[in-house]
Design a protein. Structure first.
Lengths: 315, 315
């Protein structure tokens, strides 16, 4: 898999942003370690998802590209597929729940995607995607359970390690496990002594349970503020990769997530969505005791105004 | 003066952050130019003010350092003097209005400064500072009207030009004119063809009027959201420098300032205070027509939660 990440990095050259690595004296003093934030909130579409989507779509053959791609997402993956398709001249169709936010839908359509609504109370997004792809012969680009998607996501940690050198610890948020497994594969190949820890909200701890027990656990519609981690379970591919490459999983409270978003806002002047703040939440709340040189993947910055206002008000 | 800026750059090495320059494809498309944001919101204490304060305090002689320094500010300059004093082992006293925000006061005290309150209805901050410095023989470090302060502020534009090369246009916010005059001096020396434009809120247009008429205008307590520009007038030194080095001044509406803060938040994932968004406001509102390669000084990111919530809610 690491070779696929290296190949993905070449494909993404000039397409994805090489996002900045930010540091903070205040953060270092507070947690007693030297912390490097890989800021994927500055990635195109505002999240790491662009890496995986572009890497996957760019590897389709000409016939597949001509037929177009389909995906299902109410969040960052939708915009990522839409933009990657636009850049590669591939028609994109995104299946979105009827209650998806108007802003996210508009952004997805703004990149040129066709949005198809479905009623989440009557069917799952996977069902409708399967149905539609059968009918129109679209290629499905899933949000995480796909080797080329995982390989794309792994390029963020690869860039981080290339820029800052060896790390003792690397923290990444975990939703469906695409980012976390890609991160862990890059870390284990570039910095074999680096401890890789996946972070989940307590309310959405399916991956932590799956990691610990070796059986796939499910949490449906977890009411966490970290909407990027509301995936019900790891994928077939990502479950295996997380078990193989990740050293530990930890969970954080909703309050810790909000505190992390506020810390990033007030102290580091970064707009980070709740899922993107999970690594910082783990350190600030003491769930993870950082040591030495610590990398943190800040996965994205797509937070709506109402959520940020609530977080700033709840101080 | 440019030699003083070059000397300031050396003094600031390893003390001030070399702040990142950020770009945005979306911004470039929207304004039809190639824009480079010099992000002083990522500077120590969250604003460019650290540059001038450190540069000024570090040049005091040993006797002056031993006696300590005094300043007056309810905002970023207070924290900048406090931190610079802390780093240089110089005792700092800050005169603050009784109604200064508790957060800013706590931050200033957190860096080790002694805060002295005054009643802004009974006296001006300049009066009390003069009174106190006479009594205790402190050296006053004013927020902008001081050559060493101006020289420090000019290092931000110098770094920007060194990093990105020639610019056709450079926008900087204007309060008391320290940042703007330092910026203009750096630009005229490093990039003689660069047009330097100072941006003010319409509600606080004293410097624009002074620039246009050649007479010093005053606007007391302007009710602008851009609190960094609520200075009543340019200083003696900065008025002269602004008239000599700056090409033009423009003003922006309160709505344009809020739109800029939202744009920076949603599209660029940057936390920027209203004063810091003035250059972006000028471009997005069409007050300035950018052309070619355009630099923008983002002066700071110290926005309180209530102000950001109001701005996000007013969309």
């Amino acid at each position: 898999m690491f070779k696929k990440i290296l190949a993905a990095q070449k494909r993404l050259q000039g397409q994805a942003n090489v996002t900045p690595v930010m540091t903070s004296r205040t953060l270092n003093e507070r947690v007693g370690a030297e912390v490097f934030l890989k800021c994927e909130n500055f990635q195109r579409v505002g999240a790491f998802k662009f890496r995986g989507a572009f890497n996957a779509i760019s590897q389709l053959n000409e016939a597949e590209k001509a037929r177009g791609v389909l995906s299902y997402s109410s969040g960052n993956h939708a915009q990522a597929v839409a933009l990657a398709g636009h850049l590669l001249g591939v028609k994109t169709t995104i299946v979105m729940p009827r209650d998806a936010s108007a802003i996210k839908r508009a952004a997805t359509e703004g990149y040129g995607a066709t949005v198809v609504e479905f009623d989440p109370e009557k069917m799952t997004r996977e069902d409708i995607a399967a149905q539609m792809s059968e009918k129109a012969d679209f290629t499905v680009i899933p949000p995480y359970d796909h080797e080329n998607v995982v390989a794309g996501q792994g390029t963020a940690a690869l860039e981080l390690l290339e820029e800052v050198g060896e790390l003792d610890m690397l923290l990444a948020p975990c939703g469906g496990g695409g980012l976390l497994s890609g991160t862990a594969i890059s870390a284990k190949n570039k910095a074999p002594n680096c401890t890789v820890i996946g972070i989940e909200p307590e309310l959405a701890d399916d991956a932590t349970k799956s990691f610990r027990t070796g059986r796939l656990h499910t949490v449906h519609n977890p009411p966490t503020i970290a909407d990027g981690t509301r995936t019900p379970y790891l994928g077939k591919i990502t479950f295996k990769l997380v078990r193989e490459y990740v050293d530990d999983m930890q969970t954080v409270s909703e309050d810790a997530i909000k505190e992390a978003v506020r810390f990033l806002f007030y102290t580091m002047k970064l707009v980070v969505e709740p899922s993107g703040g999970l690594g910082i939440a783990a350190m600030l709340s003491g769930v993870v005791k950082p040591k030495g040189r610590v990398g943190v993947i800040i996965s994205g910055g797509n937070i709506d105004g109402a959520t940020m206002r609530a977080i700033l008000a709840s101080d």
